[in-house]
Design a protein around this ligand. Structure first.
Ligand SMILES: [Zn+2]
Length: 427
């Protein structure tokens, strides 16, 4: 489906129609359009305040844009965006936790200003730093981004950046530029090549989209400054933007993979949003003149805390331990959530099996279980290490604690058998 979307974008890019002369200006708002957009919006749970005080209840924000006519190129972009949105809604990767979605929508609206009513936000459980906002107002925020933003101000900046692409209609400009440059034959050969790809992973997806649909450097610089202005106007820390981009560049350099370190932009938002040193400089300079602003670090951390375990587990599956290690260091900077963080440091050591990793794994698991938020898995791994070292009684004790802390563990039968085996003198 993603492949289909890419192909559709290409097809649209070469399509010639009378609509191409249309300037892309919004058509007048029709009531049925507003209704249709409103129907897309996810229900927001009513708060007790609004229920008891109907006089303060506000109408839901209205979209700032009407749906463009279907025969225009912009209408075509909206149609493709609708399909991508449907795909996201049906995706097994959709994170539908109400508290998290409500929180993120609030932050997005705070920076979106007049575009608040346009946004339909979806959280996707994908372990890469990425966000996007489609021309129809459908916005994706990936869990890998939420794991990496250090505070609400950084999140607000990156959402403001995406809203900047949306408000300036950069996708439409990109589409028209492709149509202007590419010969139809070449574009159709790319479509054919894309259709032959069997498995499209997130990296390939990002790369494919970027190769045909990345934003220009000018658009990126413009979106950065719009994101900056919106976030600062909403009261956020002016330094969030350049800190975030610098953090991502540092993570690129921390990669285990030499290709990633060289290419700088693999598997990240920079595939579709090319980052240059100029952009970081421009944001740094702009922030130098600013004072004040809130990071809202603590409430951001509170919002993502319930997901740290799951998102770190997913991040490990990328098998780039240098990068995950840096993410863990950043999460540990304020001394919070150390049980989860130490557990995943141990997991990296256990899985990597490099020189000295075994001893380090044992140490990090031991650090983890000294914390109140240690995942139960820490006791299981300590039990396995103890069993392999011939300390049967200690191993059985660790494994029993594991089962006490994770009564619904999927491997309960296996672990119970293991404990029985250890009690019988086995290893
Ligand atoms: Zn961008």
């Amino acid at each position: 489906m993603r492949r289909l979307l890419t192909a559709s974008i290409l097809a649209l890019a070469v399509a010639t129609s009378a609509a191409a002369q249309d300037g892309g200006s919004p058509v007048s708002t029709a009531p049925e359009v507003a209704q249709e957009s409103a129907a897309h919006a996810e229900p927001t749970p009513a708060s007790p305040e609004t229920a008891t005080q109907p006089s303060v209840q506000l109408a839901p924000p209205q979209p700032s844009r009407a749906r463009p006519a279907v025969e225009t190129d912009e209408g075509g972009l909206w149609g493709m965006s609708d399909r991508a949105e449907q795909e996201a809604r049906n995706s097994g990767q959709l994170e539908d936790d109400v508290a998290l979605n409500t929180y993120l929508r609030d932050v997005a609206c705070r920076v979106a200003g007049q575009y608040c009513g346009d946004i339909r936000l979806y959280v996707m459980n994908r372990p890469y730093f990425n966000a996007s906002m489609a021309p129809n107002g459908y916005m994706e925020v990936w869990s890998g981004l939420l794991l990496r933003a250090e505070d609400e101000a950084q999140l607000a900046f990156v959402l403001g950046h995406e809203i900047g692409h949306y408000s300036e209609r950069h996708s439409l400009a990109t589409l028209r530029a492709i149509r202007g440059r590419a010969g139809a034959a070449m574009v159709f050969s790319i479509i054919a090549a894309g259709a032959g790809v069997g498995i499209i992973g997130d990296i390939v997806y990002l790369g494919t989209i970027a190769s045909v649909f990345g934003f220009s450097r000018e658009n990126e610089a413009a979106a950065d400054l719009i994101g900056y202005d919106h976030a600062v106007a909403a009261g956020y820390d002016a330094h969030a933007g350049h800190k975030l981009w610098n953090n991502l560049l540092a993570e690129t350099q921390a990669s285990d993979n030499p290709d990633t370190r060289r290419q700088e932009t693999r598997a990240s938002i920079f595939r579709t949003h090319p980052l240059s040193a100029d952009r970081v400089e421009a944001l740094t300079e702009r922030a130098a003149q600013a004072n004040g602003g809130e990071t809202h670090r603590e409430r951001y951390r509170a919002a993502i805390r319930p997901f740290l375990d799951e998102w770190l587990r997913a991040d490990l599956r990328r098998r780039d331990y240098g990068q995950t290690w840096l993410v863990l260091d950043r999460l540990a900077a304020h001394g919070e959530d150390l049980g989860v963080i130490e557990y995943y440091r141990a997991e990296i050591n256990r899985i990597r099996r490099g020189e000295g990793d075994r001893e380090r794994a044992l140490q990090h698991y031991a650090n983890a279980i000294a914390q109140p938020d240690a995942p139960a898995g820490a006791w299981r791994e300590l039990g396995e290490y103890a069993a392999r070292d011939g300390r049967a009684a200690e191993a059985a004790a660790y494994l029993s604690t594991y089962l006490e802390r994770a009564p619904d563990a999927g491997d309960r039968a296996l672990v119970e058998a293991r404990i029985a085996q250890l009690a019988g003198g086995g290893q």
